[in-house]
Design a protein around this ligand. Structure first.
Ligand code: NAP
Length: 235
């Protein structure tokens, strides 16, 4: 396991389904973690559960100023910023495309694209001067193979992917990288514990995603920039 010791890694949306596994994985490699979500208390509880020290903060990535204050606070407290892992998520959909409420698009555009844009504009200046900055988002196979009941979700994820690949282009020559991890539905350790009889073989395991995040944050992935890494082996 490659050491991430000395790196300061910010995880946005750390308190969600995937967050705890990614937090545990990066902490076990020695990274100093800054956890962000709209509420601070679940993030403090997560750090306590995992028995780790973490810099937790309430941040709303729908608000550009909140995103900027978050990164500035981290840099002030830790003296550096090495990576932003964007795990902000949520879903709307399920209706046939001709009936899909377009309010779902407005919601998902904010949640899945605007939060990536605000994260980019707050973090990119720090990541570009860092020499080995990292920016990682987690997308869905729906972006390239949409089902019609997921049209708004798939279009939003496709937008977030294109934005991130454009950021990778901006990073060229700076030593920073931006990459996209493409997954199916996540299965977490908690989900397996709750439904031991269920067949999760077509899901993407949280542990495998966490490994990919750790790899992308490491020196081993220094020349991997602007890539879509697909973890859909079981499906
Ligand atoms: N779950 C899946 O099966 C699946 C499939 C494909 C891709 N993905 C992607 O994988 C990533 C992780 O998924 P997940 O299921 O762990 O996500 P999630 O649990 O749905 O959301 C993660 C966290 O995002 C935070 N959040 C929501 N709005 C926010 C905002 N405006 N500012 C800051 N934080 C905000 C929420 O925390 P607070 O409410 O505390 O703010 C939530 O805990 C996401 O990008 C998701 O789109 C997930």
């Amino acid at each position: 396991m490659e050491s991430l010791g000395g790196r300061v890694i910010a995880i946005a949306g750390a308190g969600g389904n995937l967050g705890p596994t990614v937090v545990g994985r990066l902490a076990s490699s020695g990274a100093r973690l800054a956890l962000g979500g709209r509420d601070k208390s679940p993030l403090d509880a997560l750090a306590e559960d995992l028995g780790i020290e973490a810099d937790t903060a309430a941040v709303d990535l729908l608000d550009a100023d909140s995103a900027r204050r978050w990164v500035e606070g981290i840099v002030e407290r830790h003296g550096r910023m090495d990576a932003l892992v964007h795990l902000v998520g949520g879903w709307r959909g399920g209706k046939p495309i001709e009936e899909a409420p377009l309010e779902d698009w407005d919601f998902l555009h904010g949640l899945l694209i605007r939060t990536v844009q605000h994260a980019t504009q707050a973090f990119a200046p720090h990541l570009m001067t860092n020499g080995r900055g990292r920016f990682v988002i987690v997308s869905s196979s729906q972006a390239q193979a949409p089902t019609h009941t997921n049209a708004a979700y798939a279009a939003a994820k496709a937008g977030a992917e294109a934005w991130t690949l454009a950021l990778a282009d901006r990073f060229r020559g700076s030593g920073a990288t931006a990459n996209v991890i493409v997954i199916g539905t996540i299965v977490t350790p908690a989900m397996r514990d709750e439904s031991p009889e269920k067949d999760f073989s077509s899901f993407t395991s949280a542990e495998e995603i966490a490994e990919a995040v750790a790899y992308l944050c490491s020196d081993a992935a220094a020349s991997m920039n602007g890539q879509r890494i697909t973890l859909r082996g079981g499906a």
